[in-house]
Design a protein around this ligand. Structure first.
Ligand SMILES: [Zn+2]
Length: 331
């Protein structure tokens, strides 16, 4: 009876609550029966701790990353259910909106976490290159500082991406989404600053106000916890595309003015767009770890090298100018 009641409650939540994401896997009876038995045998009433007499041995890294007893039950029952689906000739199901991933060293999505670390390393390496850049022109120094701050925003975003893919909680999800948008907005802000800096500061501030205002509003929305993932994706794609178009037009214009280094920005923009198309695919993780999202993160890892080498070459070009007015070079 207790089992039937809990199943009825779970199904009701699946159908009617925006807080619970349900998928074929977690809706199946195999999964629900397994979860009920596993929790009853191993967990205390709150589902967080293990019973003192449990036979279940949690591994060291899962303990470090604070996986609760209920999380462990979900993980074990997920694989039991996947086995049953496969034995019946069915496709790998999703659970709570996610594909089943093999946990490694306590990490929930090890491939995405690993690829995020590679992105972080690439940004950190290029940040160091930026720091070694010597620009003597006083009017360019705030612009160089801006680029360093931009690199810090990107590094911060990849730190949170790594943490989120290691361990998905409401807070790490919020930080990953908010910081990912900060990077996308950063690219748009950088394009606006690159176009208007010292040319027309009033225009620059007017153009910056919309993305900055929207960013603050969207972060507030993400913090509410009631996230429409489709809408969030559309916001990222819209601002990402807007920034990319400005960079593409600017770098193409520079290319026509025989500034050969501009190819790097054109290549960066086009390759970033191509890499993003991986997000359109949705397939079960290969070898239990590599899904489309992880491959997307992996494919973007070398791109900061192209991007910052453009930034450095562009700064050198502007700094080498004989003209006092930087504005003449801002095209
Ligand atoms: Zn990610």
């Amino acid at each position: 009876m207790k089992l039937l009641i809990s199943l009825a409650i779970a199904l009701f939540l699946c159908e009617h609550s925006s807080l619970v994401t349900c998928s074929i896997g977690d809706r199946s009876m195999v999964y629900r029966n397994c979860l009920n038995r596993f929790e009853r045998e191993n967990c205390t009433d709150n589902g967080v701790l293990f019973k003192s007499n449990t036979q279940y041995k949690q591994d060291y890294w899962s303990r470090v990353l604070q996986w609760s007893c209920r999380d462990e039950c979900r993980y074990q029952c997920m694989w039991v259910t996947v086995d049953v689906f496969h034995k019946n000739g069915d496709d790998t199901p999703k659970f709570h909106g996610k594909w089943p991933f093999i946990r490694m060293f306590g990490m929930q999505e090890p491939a995405s976490a690993f690829a995020s670390i590679l992105n972080l390393a690439a940004n950190a390496y290029m940040f160091k290159q930026l720091q070694q850049l010597r620009i003597s022109k006083a009017n360019l120094k705030p612009f160089v500082i801006f680029w360093k701050m931009f690199a810090m925003v990107c590094m911060n975003a990849w730190v949170w991406s790594t943490i989120f893919h290691m361990r998905d909680t409401d807070f790490t999800e919020f930080m990953d989404y908010a910081c990912a948008l900060s990077m996308v907005m950063g690219l748009l802000v950088a394009a606006i600053v690159r176009v208007f800096y010292m040319r027309n500061k009033v225009m620059m501030l007017v153009a910056l106000s919309l993305p900055v205002f929207y960013f603050v509003m969207h972060v507030r929305y993400l913090y509410s916890g009631f996230i429409n993932y489709d809408y969030n994706m559309k916001v990222n794609v819209f601002f990402g595309a807007l920034g990319s178009v400005i960079w593409l037009v600017l770098s193409w214009h520079q290319w026509t003015l025989r500034r050969r280094y501009a190819w790097r920005m054109m290549a960066f923009t086009l390759l970033s767009g191509a890499a993003l198309s991986l997000e359109l695919f949705d397939f079960p993780p290969r070898h239990g770890v590599w899904d489309a999202h992880a491959l997307w993160h992996l494919s973007t890892a070398p791109l900061p090298v192209l991007f910052y080498s453009y930034v450095i070459a562009d700064l050198r070009y502007v700094a080498s100018s004989e003209l006092d007015k930087f504005a003449f070079k801002m095209t």
